[in-house]
Design a protein around this ligand. Sequence first.
Ligand code: 13P
Ligand code: SF4
Length: 307
Amino acid sequence: MQDIKDEIIRLKKERDAVILAHYYVPDEVQDIADYIGDSYYLSTIAAKAQEDIILFCGVYFMGESAKILNPSKKVLMPDLQADCPMAHMATVSGIERVRKEHPEAAVVCYINSTAEIKAHSDVCVTSANAVKVVKALPESVIYFIPDSNLGRYVAGQVPEKRFILNDGYCHVHTCIRREQVIDRKQEHPLAKIAAHPECRAEVLELADYIGSTSGIIDYVDQTDAKDYIICTETGVFHEIRSRARGKNLYSAEKEQVCPDMKKNTLLKVLHALQRLEPEVRVEESILRKARLPLDRMLELTGMKSDE
Ligand code: 13P
Ligand code: SF4
């Protein structure tokens, strides 16, 4: 394994590549990344990357967003089959129907969506900035796609606006049920509960903290408690353990694992740098339109990309 890591580091310099990794990819891939983070942070890094190549270890919508935000760069992924099923849970016809029925609504699309869906949306959000972005919009009616759980959570935080929700969901987060969280809490009564807003409302109701993957990591790092029940993909444990040694982390459910994120193996990272493929390609007309809602997100969060 060390040989592979050394070769990745050597090739990365030779190819002028920067490696970005989401907190859900395997630990050893997080370890060789130049930047690890949540989807918002990684999109800001991708937007301003200066290197010739961005190697994105995550799921397809993340690599695609990097390409849209920084189109002159070659964007590689270890495995183009690493795809987020939720990204496909909104449809263009659904957007067109809502636009017809509610012309006053803003179409707010979670970054976990395809480029085509982004191209038909008004603004993108991530779990880290959705409340802030939605509050900043002039529209008071919001069509939120694709995630029903994040949409419901944001609606609760922005009661002054009316929300139309979609029925998408994350299969990893919706596996976590209220009963399991209560069972873990009984086993560890002093534990704090930290949950990602993609969880069901019944889980979020029990949480001491709700936030993005970065938010959850910061919360555990900065909170005095010793025990934590973590309601998100367990890839975040790696960063928490490196920052907050000695804290006890428990998952609510046995299998809080995103199989697509785990397709990003070290060997595939090496192959991508050796072969300069597989490359993320986005059709020009879609890319131009999909850029607008991503740029608007960066503008509304004070991170506008330069190009
Ligand atoms: P974050 O933006 O919080 O990293 O979440 C991405 C994701 O896919 C959660 O399932
Ligand atoms: Fe998609 Fe869920 Fe995996 Fe996140 S954890 S990438 S939302 S399937």
